[in-house]
Each structure stands twice: as structure tokens, then as C-alpha cells.
Design a protein around this ligand. Structure first.
Ligand code: CA
Length: 237
């Protein structure tokens, strides 16, 4: 079994507890990490904070319209979005998809129906995921398409951000990647403040890879500039 950190995170935006509570439990049983939001405002806030892998979005929210939330999310990300609608008119369906949602379901729905739609969307997203050659060096292997990292053949459980960070470095192996570039690539922000969160993640990555800041095997610090990933072994990209 894979660790907790590799469970895909779902942001579930729904104000009706009668739906969100049992359905969140079903998602949890099916292997998803569930993050709940009951308003449009808290949904966007939670999205920015947690960068979920999937969004389940109710159309009618107490402080706004799910369609506006969908538009806002699309400005920020191409995260898969499944709209939940009680209305079920053709117009709402078309509008839902025009907003950039990946699919919709009409209430009342069963958790089994929604989860199978979610899996289909995630599978489709998987087929368009990058299928780069794996990166290999000194016992470390990164499969970008499968988002899988092994060290001497053993799987290393990385959080989403840790994986993204390692990928950003490995895809530019041998070159310095600046702190600002990493913040933009991994956290998707133009960073004006502290990059402390980057250091925290680098430290966690090194620990999981058995790497050391003073005698780096994989990730070298380029003081005041950024980080550099070791060159891949010949024959791998
Ligand atoms: Ca609602």
C-alpha cells in the first residue's frame, strides 16, 4: 500500500452537510484525501493552500455561484473539476462545461457514480500527462509520467510538492534552477516574500533521499542562487 502522502487530494465544495458528510466518508474509503469547503470563498482559499488534485464543485453555494468558482479555478490551474448540479437543465450542463469543468453530475447522485466519473477523468488526465523518459542517477530513478520515485529500487513516498520540486530540478539536471524559478514552477506564484517554504521542502526531500546538504549526492545548493540536480547517468534523459 502506498503512504498517506500519495493519496490524491480532493477539494469537495458543497454546503449541504447531508451530502458532504457521507460522501466525504465514501471518498476517504476509496483512497482519496478529502478537503471540505462549504462556501465559494473558502473553496478558493483552500485551493490556493492545498493545491488539490481534483475539485468536486457544487453549483449553488451560499455566498456565490459555483460557476464563478469554476472560472476562478480555471484562471489558476488545469485541475480536473467535476461540477455537481441540482438543476440538470441542458443550459446548466452546457454552461458547466463551457466554464472549463471536465464533467458534471446531476443531483441526486450516488457516491459510486461520482467516484467512477472521477476515476475516468483522472485516467484521461493521466493519458495526457508527460511521458518523459525517466531520470536516473546513482540509484535514484524518477518516472515523471507515473510520478514515482525509487531509490535503489525502493519506492520513496513524496508529497505532491516534493515530487513537483524534484521534477523541476531533475528536468533541468546539471543546471542551476533559481529559487524564484522553483517558486514559480512548483508553487505557481511570482514570489516576492520569503522562500522559507522552499527550504523546508528541499530539506524534506534530502531527508527522504538520504541526501546531505554538505556532501550532496543529488541536490546541490548554489548559495544565494538556487539548487542544482546531479547530471543523469548516460543513456537516460
Ligand atoms: Ca448547494
Amino acid at each position: 500500500m502506498s503512504g498517506e502522502e500519495t493519496r490524491p487530494t480532493v477539494l469537495f465544495v458543497e454546503d449541504e452537510e447531508a451530502i458532504s458528510e457521507p460522501f466525504s466518508a465514501a471518498l476517504d474509503r476509496e483512497g482519496f484525501e478529502v478537503l471540505n469547503a462549504a462556501t465559494a470563498g473558502s473553496a478558493l482559499e483552500a485551493f490556493d493552500r492545498a493545491e488539490p488534485d481534483f475539485v468536486l464543485l457544487d453549483l449553488t453555494l451560499p455566498d456565490g455561484d459555483g460557476r464563478d468558482v469554476c472560472l476562478e479555478l480555471r484562471k489558476r490551474s488545469d485541475v480536473p473539476i467535476l461540477m455537481l448540479t441540482a438543476r440538470g437543465t441542458e443550459t446548466d450542463r452546457v454552461i458547466g462545461l463551457e466554464l472549463g469543468a471536465d464533467d458534471y453530475v446531476v443531483k441526486p447522485f450516488s457516491s459510486r457514480e461520482v467516484i467512477s466519473r472521477m476515476r475516468a477523468i483522472l485516467r484521461r488526465a493521466g493519458t495526457v500527462a508527460p511521458t518523459d523518459q525517466p531520470y536516473r542517477t546513482d540509484g535514484l530513478e524518477i518516472d515523471f509520467g507515473a510520478r514515482r520515485v525509487t531509490l535503489a529500487g525502493d519506492e520513496v513516498a513524496l508529497s505532491r510538492k516534493e515530487f513537483d520540486l524534484l521534477s523541476a530540478l531533475a528536468q533541468n539536471a546539471g543546471e542551476v534552477v533559481t529559487r524564484e524559478d522553483l517558486m514559480a514552477k512548483v508553487w505557481d506564484v511570482n514570489w516576492f516574500g520569503s522562500t522559507k517554504t522552499l527550504d523546508v521542502h528541499i530539506r524534506a526531500l534530502r531527508k527522504k533521499l538520504g541526501d546531505s546538504a554538505t556532501e550532496p549526492r543529488y541536490i546541490s545548493t548554489v548559495r544565494g542562487v538556487g539548487f542544482r540536480m546531479a547530471e543523469p547517468e548516460p543513456g537516460a534523459s
